[in-house]
Design a protein around this ligand. Structure first.
Ligand code: PLP
Length: 394
């Protein structure tokens, strides 16, 4: 037996364990301190009532012989795929039912989709980055190159015509930076991918946070994308499904490479290695698209966006440089006074008892930057921001 030695090449992520350790140490030394966490990437609001009702109804169906469901279609039930099809149609994106695959969340499919690609491919990921793109490719032994996201390009790198890539990751709205590509910028990526005969893996996990109608929520709003892009989405941030688990992946029928079709390959992969998302969870996800579900989930997003506004207003007043915010769930700020990411983390924790995420944990270009999230409690976010202002105005 030989093990996959690529696992030995993975770097241990110290980011969140170090944050937890530092916070626990501070709390034990200052038991009275009221620490506020603005570092989390998980949602905090409960599921929408329409979703809970749909879940309860589906559970009751499962308890009756006449309505019980066993194995469902591996690629998802039609009732949910139809809702997704209609959701895309609202933005003039026509999807065929066979192009939609229901998943148990974006993270699994970000990893699983790599089954379709040879090890011998050059992978291009932005830096800073959601670490899953990097680690899943290290596990498979692929060569990774980075596209530098920096303050100069507002953390939205564009393709370099002198660099060849085969697999390109794009996350917009971005985690960790909150930066969002506009149509022209995404068009540049699509044109580049078509020229290089590359595939774009587009992560749209935060699309529901886009409020500017001119910004693309799906890569398929861009001409040519159906020939070069796979889109991976999630109900996690859209509707609080981080614990329930449901997402979807779009693999267009027109993705033909080297005599093989990626849509057919993905169908084959899923029907071979996967037995589908629970019926009750798919019913819950379908309820997100009902009139009530849309209203309620939009209210939750509006709540998070108010947190973002609270934070960004304070940063504006303090004259601190940042990207993200308006159309995303994250704010990515430049640490004041030239501080490094962990230096600012320690300073905020010890002087204001506020916790954020050091940008350095997301890649080299994250050094000197800091991530704050929308997902906190409204009152706590206000309190954290008041402390931040008091501290940094000094
Ligand atoms: N993609 C990005 C960019 C994320 O930030 C996250 C979660 O934080 C995911 C995907 C994972 O989503 P899911 O909960 O659907 O697995």
């Amino acid at each position: 037996m030989r093990v996959n030695k690529n696992y030995a090449k993975l770097e241990t992520s110290y980011l969140f364990p170090t944050i937890s350790r530092k916070v626990a140490e501070y709390q034990s030394q200052h038991p009275e301190a009221k620490i506020i966490k603005l570092g989390i990437g998980d949602v905090t609001l409960p599921l929408a009532p329409a979703v809970v009702t749909a879940l309860e109804k589906a559970v009751a169906e499962m308890g009756k012989k006449e309505t019980f469901r066993g194995y469902g279609p591996e690629q998802g039930y039609e009732f949910l795929k139809e809702e997704i099809q209609k959701y895309y149609a609202k933005r003039q994106v026509a999807l065929k039912m066979d192009e939609i695959f229901i998943s148990d969340g974006a993270k699994s499919d970000i990893g699983n989709i790599l089954d379709l690609f040879d090890t011998d491919n050059v992978v291009l990921v932005p830096d800073p980055v959601y670490p899953v793109y990097v680690d899943t490719n290290i596990m498979a032994g692929r060569k990774i190159i980075f596209a530098n996201a920096t303050a100069e390009n507002h953390f939205l790198p564009l393709p370099d015509k002198n660099v060849h890539a085969d697999i390109i990751y794009i996350c917009s709205p971005n985690n960790p930076t909150g930066a969002v590509y506009n149509k022209e910028q995404l068009q540049a990526w699509v044109d580049y991918a078509l020229k290089e005969e590359a595939i774009i893996l587009f992560d749209g996990a935060y699309e529901a946070f886009i409020q500017d109608e001119s910004l693309p929520r799906s890569i398929y709003e861009i001409e040519g994308a159906a020939k070069c892009a796979i889109e991976i989405c999630s109900f996690s941030k859209t509707a609080g499904f981080t614990g329930l688990r449901c997402g979807y992946t779009i693999v267009p029928e027109g993705l033909d490479f080297e005599g093989l079709n990626l849509n057919k390959m993905w169908l084959r992969r899923q029907t071979t290695k996967y037995n589908g998302v629970p019926y009750i969870v798919q019913r819950a996800a379908a309820a997100v698209f009902s009139e009530e579900g849309q209203k309620q989930t939009k209210e939750a997003i509006a709540y998070y966006k108010e947190n973002i506004r609270t934070i960004s207003q304070a940063l504006d007043e303090l004259g601190i440089w940042y990207v993200g915010g308006e159309n995303s769930a994250y704010i990515w700020l430049k640490c004041p006074n030239g501080m490094k990411s962990w230096e600012f983390f320690d300073y905020l924790l010890s002087e204001a008892q506020v916790v954020g995420t050091p940008g350095a944990g997301f890649g080299q270009n994250g050094e000197g930057f800091f991530r704050l999230t929308a997902f906190g409690d409204k009152e706590q976010t206000k309190e954290a921001v008041a402390r931040l202002k008091k501290l940094l105005q000094k």
